[in-house]
Design a protein around this ligand. Structure first.
Ligand SMILES: [Zn+2]
Length: 261
């Protein structure tokens, strides 16, 4: 099994629209960031986490033609607004794509875009997704990939983190309760939202200080930071962080032991 970081950018991407690079060096390819999303793959199964507005770019970069399931962390626009790009995958697979999240997120997507789940205009437009509500702490399986969800406090809403064996993915998280920290016990690799970076006040995203505290508790071998903003230059982060906490970059491939391929 392996995980590909399809995108590790924050909601605006890097550079943000208009060519705003912030503190990021435009000459460093690892600073070119699309919106945060990962692909989890076994020999037979492909699972996507989040459908960002960069989904079409991600599908084309990896030449992905099928998807066995899609997990959604929460319904904020930068995590779901590319969902229409799954239509072509559904069409060519001749099946509905299974989408998994908590009921709140799935109902919000249904409210915004009912055509995803139901035919429209007497069947001229056909649905292409099938809802699979999951609990805040639930074990389930897609193909041959075992998955466990856990609740995350994103302040404006609850998001879902996902664990795949010894690797876990936590986007858009400001805080974790004791049950969620317990759900993360024993991970070796953690990909975690660091968008608050050096800010003292924790609002909707974790900062480096909080991530270091969590890492002390959980002791993963490797932690990769994602949801990186234009304030977060790749090489500056590498120099500031200890060797077991490093920034992700688009296209990074990680195995279950946390090694980069
Ligand atoms: Zn969010």
């Amino acid at each position: 099994m392996k995980v590909t970081i399809l995108g590790c950018g924050a909601s605006l991407g890097t550079p943000a629209g208009g060519g705003f690079w912030g503190k990021c060096d435009p000459d460093e390819p690892k600073n070119h960031r699309t919106r945060a999303s990962i692909l989890v793959q076994s020999e037979t199964t492909d699972v996507l986490v989040d459908t960002t507005v960069d989904l079409r770019t991600h599908l084309n970069r990896l030449n992905l033609k099928k998807m066995d399931g899609v997990l959604i962390s929460h319904a904020h626009s930068d995590h779901v607004n590319g969902v229409d790009d799954l239509k072509v995958i559904s069409y060519h697979s001749n099946k509905l794509i299974d989408i998994y999240s908590n009921s709140e997120t799935l109902e919000e997507m249904d409210r915004r875009w009912p055509y995803l789940f139901r035919p429209k205009a007497d069947g001229i437009y056909v649905e292409f997704l099938k809802k699979n509500p999951i609990g805040n702490y639930q074990k389930f399986r897609i193909g041959d990939i075992d998955i466990e969800s856990f609740e995350q406090d994103h302040k404006t809403c609850q998001s879902l983190g996902f664990r795949f064996g010894k690797l876990a993915y936590s986007v858009d998280v400001a805080d974790l309760n004791a049950q969620s920290l317990a759900a993360l016990h024993g991970i070796e690799t953690w990909i975690v939202d660091a968008a608050a970076y050096e800010k003292e006040a924790i609002l909707t995203h974790a900062n480096i200080q909080r991530i270091k505290k969590w890492v002390e508790i959980l002791k993963p071998k490797m932690t990769y930071l994602t949801v990186l903003t234009t304030h977060m230059d790749y090489h500056t982060l590498c120099a500031e962080l200890p060797p077991h906490i490093q920034p992700a970059y688009d296209g990074m491939v990680i195995d279950m032991e946390g090694n980069r391929r």
